[in-house]
Design a protein around this ligand. Sequence first.
Ligand code: A3P
Length: 295
Amino acid sequence: MNGLMNTLVMSHLGHNRLSTAFPTSQPQETDLILATYPKSGTTWLKALIFAIVTRTTYPLTENPLLFNSPHELVPFLEFGLYHNNPSPDLEGIPKPRIFSTHMPYTALPTSIFDSKCRVVYICRNPWDQLVSFWHFSTSAAKRWSTEYSISLDETLDMFCRGVISFGPFWDHVLGYWKASQGMPNKVLFLKYEDLKEDIMGQTKLLAQFLGFPFSVEEEGGGVVEEVSRLCSFENLKELEVNKTGKLSSGRDKSAFFRKAEVGDWSNYLTPPMAEKMKKLIQEKFEGSGLMFKMP
Ligand code: A3P
């Protein structure tokens, strides 16, 4: 059974906690864990977190983000780190270590909650997430020349049945949402659309939560703008390192940069398709205090 399938099955079989993450070492209290549902802004947030915590280690004009994919600098616990090595040296990674994961909240190892490490989650409105996911799946199929190709209709059907990588969208989002409500110092819940609307405010909020707040001098000196600009879609997409080559997973690095627009779903989903999702989302999120409006 491949990793993705395993994850799917896990998330449907009572959300067993992930026992393979941190198998050779425990989380450190300075660790930062970025959790996302696929295609919700992982690449963006990897870049932002990396730039925020390393801004005093390297001048922003020489930041490793200019020469490495955000996915190489912030590896996935369940893919990159263990891809070719069942026991990677996690102790050797400089502090604060930044990891990412697509695992549902209930599948995170309990050691994360026994430690003081922090978790940041970013979610995206489900209409754009779905369309982005569909593009990502079909572009990969074309590049790998596999027979696997899927229509948007089929993708929507899988979404609505919750039979999709990393489990149902609503379980994933609500898991982290509820955790952020109960443990606001442990889990920060962000929205892709909020970052699009106010990147400066959200970058400051993120830095504060991570324990790397911007000083008054930095704010006055334009450092928040510089960090935001470095991590912007327009900048990252045009970097040579993100235009060519593959990640260890075999994915083209360029596949993580498409349009980055809010509301692009309306170019793909028909009104009945969008309405079907709306009904489902209303039903699943009702009473949670979290709602998605169709942008
Ligand atoms: P689109 O397919 O809508 O363009 P993930 O990083 O979780 O895989 O999500 C990928 C989505 O985020 C893609 O959305 C991609 O274009 C967008 N994206 C990648 N880098 C971004 C950035 N720096 N700022 C905003 N959006 C970004």
